[in-house]
Design a protein around this ligand. Sequence first.
Ligand SMILES: C[S@@+](CC[C@H](N)C(=O)[O-])C[C@H]1O[C@@H](n2cnc3c(N)ncnc32)[C@H](O)[C@@H]1O
Length: 263
Amino acid sequence: MTDDELFLTAILNCSRSDLYLHPRPLTVQEQVQLDEMRSRRAAGEPVQYIVGFTEFFGYRFEVGPDVLVPRPETEVLADVLIRELKAQNKKEYLILDIGTGSGCLAITMAKELAHCRVVAVDISPKALAYARRNVGINKVVDQIEFIERDMFWFMDETAHRFDAIISNPPYIPTAAMGTLPMDVKQEPELALQAGPDGLHFYRFIVPSSRRVLKDQGVLAVEFGDGQAKELQNLFAITGPWDKIQTCNDNAGRPRVIMAQIAR
Ligand SMILES: C[S@@+](CC[C@H](N)C(=O)[O-])C[C@H]1O[C@@H](n2cnc3c(N)ncnc32)[C@H](O)[C@@H]1O
């Protein structure tokens, strides 16, 4: 959808096709709303913050300035793990989502895998407030437990053992933060910045996942452009891992790595 189509569907609470099948002039108040949305967009605000929601994996998520907007490439991460767990065909799954943000991954897992429970951790109370509203919107309240905690502490403290861990951690190198597009710069730095080479969180998540995964448990993480080799090396030196797979996003760029623990 174009920005204007998105604004109008939000203002008129209708679908894109309704805009063309049942066109009508805007009221004065609706026109004021549209003009205000256009000027926020011209000032560089993400379109999803302006309308207050986005779609991920076909589900609706409330978003705003304190939480990362779920990205289409992250749908690949969700899809890869869902396929793997469906193929395993267990009776139930306990999944950990590290850095849950809007809750998009945790909620998608809960919607797509009927017999799963998810523990979803984030350090940001503001992001978790969105995630908690999003479980309500998507009606999976009973399947997800949110925990406000630094992942570094959580992984040391947890007594749970997980069938799978999913994470889209921050992965932007510090020096690249200044070169991000204007709308991305308006998203929380906490969700983006990951040290000099962008690998800070993976250096913790990959080895520490080994301690909290069950036998045959699976770790799936998203990573940024140009980080595939480093991620593959990290799995190689923290192994043994089995069935290491690197998957591409829809633009054909390596984006997700998934591996099964071998002990
Ligand atoms: C890239 S965002 C991903 C959000 C969401 N999972 C998604 O895919 O759209 C990373 C998330 O990690 C969280 N985060 C950053 N540092 C953290 C830490 N030390 N412990 C736990 N969460 C952290 C941020 O608050 C943010 O919500």
